[in-house]
Design a protein around this ligand. Structure first.
Ligand SMILES: Cc1ncc(C[n+]2csc(CCOP(=O)(O)OP(=O)(O)O)c2C)c(N)n1
Length: 514
């Protein structure tokens, strides 16, 4: 078999059954091998940022890596921003990049680039295959690196000649590591800290799942301890009946008072909280001076088990988790459409187990508050602040969980970075409903601008954050990529359209003019 087939067979043997790809000439042998290894499904994406974001969404939902296949240095460079988000999410990704054939490299042909340098910025592991006999082992090594806890982007660079040459392939199956809880000593120490005034918990990483939240809720109920969660955790369990920790606010002015009386912060799979950006005269580090940080579980350890053990240690096993908002969502305004109204409608209409890709940017706070009343669901936030991940992550999540409804909640400006994801949703007939929050502005930058104190900004500034000239027509953009779309301008219209979209299957888009 060829080196390319050996690579694909190694992926398949390790349970990697999907590859989000955008190939070129140097990857043609990999493409050719897809017919011989049908266990791996090739999913074509029309921009590499869609491939990388989809692999992130897939990995976050499946807990195992997807592969990507990208074309040389420029293809990888196009995918970097969403690989950055995947890196922050600690999502395992097997990132395969083609390289020129070995003999061709010395000529500095037009597509030659320093692929390794690009790869290192986002990868925890980079391997360049040097000989065809090494392809299988290099692939296995890359998979092992990707699933190394807590998970990372691992890049395999494959020269074209090693793809097309005949390989004696030894397909290796890599053992899957399981996270271990921290030692008993740590649990006891944490329990001791919880007995003193001013101790709080901060959850991140994988410890925002339902089990972890339930255990944390018991600690809150039993000891009155405050529970915080990272706003950029990769996958958050939310909805009715679930315990809702305090999400660390985006702006430091809102976050600092929340931590003001914390003397010790117990960290579970995360780091001490910092603000998103640095501002003049505002601290970036959100904990008060002199406060202590105690790491209960490192990233890659089993933080969920750690909190459950802590519950036992504190005798909180029977505590009922604090009441969350219950009952039906408040009535929404059927008049002019707002983020609040969309939130109320989502809360009433979301089906059980929906997956929400959250790139709502300035609308996120208003909507996520309503989601506490929605049927239990998972929310996938932007982990690394790099916009343009919402639609690709929704695409990947839909491939990972074909039986669950996926809803992409997408700000219009961010949506424009990777809107090609809609085409792949149509082509693969994925059950994704995209809601575009069309405020026709870069609203968050308007808010940030006002925070600088420049209250009366001039025309040049207003113009630069206005994306309504010309107005984007998302109904036509979606229709042009094969996704049926509608526009809603009132609460009543949005409610009718969203309800219909929840009852049907397949990709849909609603442009919500807010
Ligand atoms: C890759 C990348 N480029 C630029 C930015 C800076 N940025 C942050 S938010 C934003 C605009 C957001 O506009 P939109 O998505 O329409 O959301 P809104 O603020 O209107 O809610 C920009 C350009 C970023 N975070 N990431």
């Amino acid at each position: 078999m060829t080196g390319a087939e050996c690579l694909l067979r190694t992926l398949a043997a390790n349970g990697i059954d999907i590859c989000f790809m955008n190939p070129g000439t140097s990857e043609m042998h990999f493409v050719a091998a897809l017919d011989r290894v049908p266990q791996v499904r090739g999913v074509l994406c029309l921009f590499e940022g869609v491939c990388s974001g989809a692999a992130d969404g897939y990995g976050r939902m499946q807990g195992k890596p997807a592969a990507t296949l990208l074309h040389l240095g420029p293809g990888l460079a196009n995918g970097l921003a969403n690989l950055h988000n995947a890196r922050k999410a600690r999502t395992p990704v097997v990132n395969i990049v083609g390289e020129h054939s070995t003999a061709h490299l010395r000529y500095d042909a037009p597509l030659s680039a320093d692929i390794e340098a690009f790869a290192r910025t986002v990868s925890g592991h980079v391997r360049v295959v040097k000989a065809v006999a090494d392809v299988g082992a290099a692939a296995a090594e890359t998979i092992a690196a990707a699933i190394n806890l807590p998970g990372q982007v691992a890049t395999l660079i494959v020269p074209a000649d090693l793809s097309w040459s005949e390989a004696a392939c030894d397909v290796a199956v890599v053992p899957r590591p399981a996270p271990a809880p921290p030692p008993t000593e740590k649990i006891r120490e944490a329990a001791g800290l919880l007995r003193s005034e001013g101790t709080a918990l901060l959850l991140g990483g994988a410890a925002t799942n339902e089990r972890a939240l339930t255990a944390a809720g018991r600690l809150a109920a039993h000891l009155g301890v405050r529970i915080f969660a990272d706003r950029n955790a990769p996958r958050i369990a939310s909805g009715r009946g679930r315990f809702h920790p305090i999400t660390v606010p985006y702006f430091p002015e809102a976050a600092l008072p929340l931590f003001a009386d914390v003397r010790t912060l117990i960290l579970v799979e995360t780091q001490a909280p910092v603000s998103f950006f640095g501002y003049p005269n505002t601290p970036s580090y959100l904990l008060p001076e002199g406060s202590l940080v105690f790491v209960l579980a490192e990233r890659g350890q089993d933080g969920t088990a750690a909190i459950e053990l802590l519950v036992e240690e504190c005798g909180a096993g029977r505590a009922a988790i604090p009441e969350n908002p219950v009952g039906p969502a408040p009535a929404f305004d059927p008049g002019p459409l707002t983020a609040q109204a969309i939130g109320a409608i989502l809360a009433a209409r979301l089906p059980e187990s929906a997956i929400l890709s959250d790139e709502m940017v300035s609308a996120s706070l208003a909507v996520t508050q309503h989601l506490l009343r929605a049927a239990p669901h998972n929310r996938l936030p932007v982990t690394g602040g790099s916009i343009g991940q919402g639609l690709p992550v929704a695409l990947g999540a839909a491939c990972a969980c074909p039986d669950r409804k996926v809803v992409a909640l997408e700000a219009d400006g961010s949506g424009m970075y990777t809107l090609q994801a809609l085409w792949t949703m149509a082509r693969e007939n994925l059950d994704v409903v995209t809601v575009i929050f069309a405020n026709r502005r870069y609203q968050i930058l308007d808010i940030e601008m006002r925070r600088t104190g420049a209250a009366a900004f001039g025309r040049a500034v207003k113009d630069l954050i206005d994306i309504g000239r010309p107005a984007l027509d998302w109904v036509q953009l979606a229709a042009g990529m094969g996704v049926p779309a509608m526009r809603a301008t009132t609460g009543a219209e949005f409610d009718a359209q969203f309800r219909a979209a929840m009852e049907e299957r397949g990709p849909r888009l609603i442009e919500a003019l807010i």
